[in-house]
Design a protein around this ligand. Sequence first.
Ligand code: FNR
Length: 181
Amino acid sequence: MKIIAISGSLRQHSLNSKLLAEAVSMKPDDVTITAYEIQEIPLFNGDLEEDGDPEAVLSLKRALKESDGLLIVTPEYHESMPGVIKNVLDWVGSDANENVLRNLPVGVIGASPTRFGTAHAQKQVKQALIAAGSEVFQKPEVYVAKANEKFDDKGNLTDERTKKAVTRYLQSFSSWIGKKI
Ligand code: FNR
C-alpha cells in the first residue's frame, strides 16, 4: 500500500515535518509512506488552469493517482488550516481539470506547541476534503499538543504516548484504506 504524505509547513525546523518523518518510520511493514514536498506548488489561480495545470500541480496529481491514500500533517495558524494546505487542496481538488481528491482516502494529523494540538485546523482540513469528495478517515485522531516539548534535537519523537498514538493511528488508517482498495 502506498501513501503520500504532505506537511503543511514549509519551514526547515517544522514540528509537523518532524512528525511526518517519524510517521514514515513508524508505519506498518506493508505500507510505504512517501513525503511529498509542496513548496513548488504555485498560488492557486483559476486562469492558470485554463491551459492545463502547472507542472508542479500535475506532478502532485500523478503522485496522488498512483497512491492508495494521502496523509496530511497540518500546522494550525489562527485556529485555522495554513494557507499552503488550502492552496494544495484547491489545486488538486479542482473540478476544472481533474479532481484527484474525489474518492481518495485521506487522513489528517497535526502538531502544535499549544494544548489543543491543531484541533481547529484538522477540522477545517477535513471539511474541505469532504467538500472535494474525499473519503476522510475520522478516528482515532492524533493531536500532538505541546509538540515543542516532544522531539529531541535530532527530530526524534521522544514522548512515548505520542509514539503509541501515531503507531496506532497509522495501523488503523492503513487498514481502513485496505478495506477500500
Ligand atoms: C501560530 N501558532 C498557532 N498554534 C495553534 O495551536 N493555534 C493557533 O491558532 C496558532 N496560531 C498561529 C498563528 C501564526 C501566524 C503562527 C506563525 C503560528 C503556532 C504554531 O502552531 C507553531 O508556530 C508551529 O510550530 C507551526 O508549525 P510548524 O511550522 O512547526 O510545523
